[in-house]
Design a protein around this ligand. Sequence first.
Ligand SMILES: *Cc1c(COP(=O)(O)O)cnc(C)c1O
Length: 413
Amino acid sequence: MPAIYLDHHATTPVDPRVLEAMLPYFTAKPGNPASRSHSFGWEADRAVARARQRIAALAGAAEREIVFTSGATESNNLALKGAAEAYRRRGNHLVTMATEHKAVLDTVHHLEHSGFRVTVLPPQPDGLLDLARLRAAILPETVLVSVMYANNEIGTIQPVREIGEICRQTGVLFHCDAAQAFGKIPVDVEAAHIDLLSVSAHKMYGPKGAGALYVRGRNPRVELMAQIHGGGHESGLRSGTLNVPGIVGFGEACAIAAQEMAGEAVRIAALRDSLLRQLEANLETGAGPLHMNGTMHMNGAMHINGTMHINGTMHINGTMAHRLPGNLNVSFVGVDGDALLTGIPQIAVSAGSACGSGYDSSYVLEALGLPPALLQCPVRFGIGRSNTQAEIDCAASRVAAAVRELRTLSPVL
Ligand SMILES: *Cc1c(COP(=O)(O)O)cnc(C)c1O
């Protein structure tokens, strides 16, 4: 059996139409868009302009507000360091969340070393930001709030419009890491009052190594300090020869998403719901409710002392009500997560993000306040464009079989 790819949050395959659009820019059309004196340069410049327009259109932005980067990690660095430095005279306080991607968290921690103060808000147990908490965290010296659009582990979609509204009212910049949301669900920088938006091509069927940062040009015009200096490309904000094939591919991926995103979201959500139902059905029949003895303390919404009863054999991490269509993140109670992934080598899923290693590092699930019994066994399914119902059926039965087998070995039960 060929392996089944269910790890679309880590990266996506390049859509064949995207590859087709990119190929000429490696060979027959080799120009550097900065070459102003011949047709090869003009041709590359036109291709970049067209891509810029397609990316801007998908975000509800203007072309001149798009800065090309190497990906969302670089976009996050440029947004956070660039704004922190540019607005330093106004204040030195930043607000973000514990469930952000490391490209945000490591960057704000770096800024702490150069004198910024950072408030890291916890999520509610369902993964969402408490808006009252955000309001309370914004101080006179706050310059920027950074909250992601959708989470890369649990797929939860933050209330970005409300967050943008709060930032607008308090005169604070709103940076949003939309690497997981862009191209999957509608993103509109005007409707959500987003001032800085990070996006990445390889999370939406474009190539690796291409990304962009939207920088609001008016109401207000956002100032950034460049982080990479050189020839003054991208209005001086990001020097370096543009990755023309990557940018062309990114543009094509955005044009395809604009056409197909709505229908695809429905199809992929149906696959995700089918996966969940099949897992539940297969596991409920295989084992009864679990009883764990001993004392457990859980942070967040619940505190259960004494004997803990976990109903059912699977726990869904993060709210299902506000979630990316292709995401499912569940903890299989009483199963060792490493052993589970080893037991399903044909099913490409992950324990958490692609960035941590093994099961010791889902800081996202820890931030939700999950008890240890649920932290050791999470599985992230990321369903995408190429997946079929047959693949979902196969994955569900293989995963359920592996879980049942491991449970018969588990000392806990
Ligand atoms: C993948 C990802 C990133 C990093 O994007 P790259 O383009 O790989 O640098 C940042 N934030 C989120 C939410 C992501 O999912």
